[in-house]
Design a binder for this molecule. Structure first.
Ligand SMILES: Nc1ncnc2c1ncn2[C@@H]1O[C@H](COP(=O)(O)OP(=O)(O)OP(=O)(O)O)[C@@H](O)[C@H]1O
Length: 411
């Protein structure tokens, strides 16, 4: 009799769970081969980024042993009045963490497999998630009970995001997650290489403290998509500790741009289309396509000259909808502070791509409505194709000496 009651209860829970997950359009599962690689940071920023794009999002912190998400969202230790209601941290973002249901946040959670499985199923079945565009699930590291429970109960998943670090062991760490995703029929949305290089807070330049590119190489070798390299940025820790995710502050820096790019790619992959807002950002125009004029300093008409202030000429590529309409070479006036930004503004240039430049010069270009991309070297054609393919981002100054035009970083 008692056994039948248990079976009935389980069947009822399965029905509620199914009804709940059917109301969620897209599901993204964030996982990693090992701990401490920034999985929760990536999951939180993805969820918040989707919410900022106007999507209705639920973030499920399924990391039974180290639920960090409440800390990152400033709701650590908050008591939930009604345990069936998720915590609303933004008008578009609801959060549920296992930490809501245990005593102190300092208490270690020691649960065995069946208890973990039961708790996660309950969060899916009995929390009032409502209609959602996305559910983002932050899994504990590895491939244990929790990932299995999620994969078996959440229904069709858009895919997994695998977070790793830049070192060589990334391949080893990612392999298990890739295998696990494939075994459970979860498509892989891509690998994120986190803590990849360090962004100098003084000049914004990227320094590769550890090795770089492990995650990217792992993606290549495992034949899966690479979503991007997120640098180590002190602002990410500060944001995490302040209770608002990094993407919320979007400081216009490299890491913020990469996070936003990842969110964008996930939307494209999940929904098969780019957001209208992003299209506008790409074209700079809410109507038709905008013609862009992209300038490179050059001395030989082939390669990018790293020092924009001392180039013989500027190559200007006129581009529309990713196609080069024309190329011209113009001779600049003698270099004096402020002269070249004004000159290029008059030439209707929108973007300058070069090797190095001081912050003061960058600011003057910005005040002349010209975007600056730094760290470029080699053939202009390759760099332009990288830019048009969306793979080029500003890496800070490419040169490692002080610029006469006020590059002041002394790291
Ligand atoms: N790109 C980054 N730059 C600087 N700090 C970062 C970055 N990514 C994560 N961190 C910091 O590293 C710490 C660990 O990150 P996080 O909790 O996201 O890792 P995790 O992989 O989820 O860990 P766990 O194994 O406990 O689940 C946090 O303090 C976070 O703020």
């Amino acid at each position: 009799m008692a056994e039948q009651q248990v079976n009935n209860d389980q069947a009822m829970q399965d029905m509620r769970l199914k009804a709940n997950v059917e109301k969620i359009k897209h599901k993204i599962v964030v996982m990693s081969g090992k701990g401490g690689v920034g999985k929760s940071t990536v999951a939180t920023n993805i969820a918040y980024g989707l919410a900022l794009e106007g999507k209705k999002v639920g973030l499920l912190d399924a990391d039974v042993h180290g639920p960090n998400i409440p800390l990152m969202l400033g709701i650590e230790g908050k008591k939930i009045a009604n345990l069936a209601e998720p915590y609303q941290v933004h008008e578009n973002l609801k959060v549920v963490s296992l930490s809501f249901y245990v005593g102190s946040s300092d208490d270690p959670i020691i649960w065995r497999g069946p208890a973990k499985t039961g708790a996660i199923k309950q969060l899916l079945a009995d929390v009032n998630w409502g209609d959602l565009d996305y559910m983002v699930v932050d899994l504990p590291p590895g491939t244990g009970d929790e990932p299995l429970t999620i994969a078996q109960n959440i229904g069709k998943v858009d895919g997994t995001v695998i977070v790793t670090t830049p070192q060589n062991v990334a391949l080893l760490d990612s392999r298990k997650s890739v295998k696990f995703s494939k075994l459970l029929n979860m498509p892989i949305l891509g690998i994120v290489e986190n803590m990849s290089g360090f962004i100098c807070p003084h000049c914004g330049e990227r320094v590769d403290i550890f090795k770089s590119g492990g995650g990217e190489a792992a993606a290549k070798e495992l034949g899966v998509n690479f979503l991007g390299k997120i640098p180590m940025d002190p602002a990410i820790v500060e944001a995490g500790d302040s209770g608002k995710p990094f993407i919320y502050f979007n400081n216009g820096g490299i890491a913020a741009g990469i996070f936003t790019g990842i969110v964008d790619e996930l939307i494209t992959k999940s929904e098969g289309k780019t957001t209208e807002k992003k299209e506008e950002e790409k074209t700079g125009n809410s109507g038709g396509e905008k013609i862009m004029r992209i300038a490179f300093p050059t001395n030989d008409r082939v390669n990018v000259e790293e020092h924009f202030g001392h180039c013989k000429e500027f190559a200007i590529f006129e581009v529309e909808a990713g196609k080069i309409l024309k190329t011209e070479f113009i001779t600049p006036p003698p270099h004096e502070p402020g002269v070249l930004p004004k000159f290029l503004h008059e030439e209707k240039v929108n973007i300058i791509i070069t090797g190095g430049m001081g912050q003061r010069a960058v600011d003057i270009f910005h005040s002349n409505e010209i975007d600056v991309i730094l760290g470029a070297s080699g053939s202009m054609e390759d760099v332009l194709n990288e830019y048009l393919g969306g793979d080029l981002y500003s890496k800070g100054s490419a040169c490692n000496h002080d610029h006469d035009d006020d590059h002041e970083c002394n790291h």
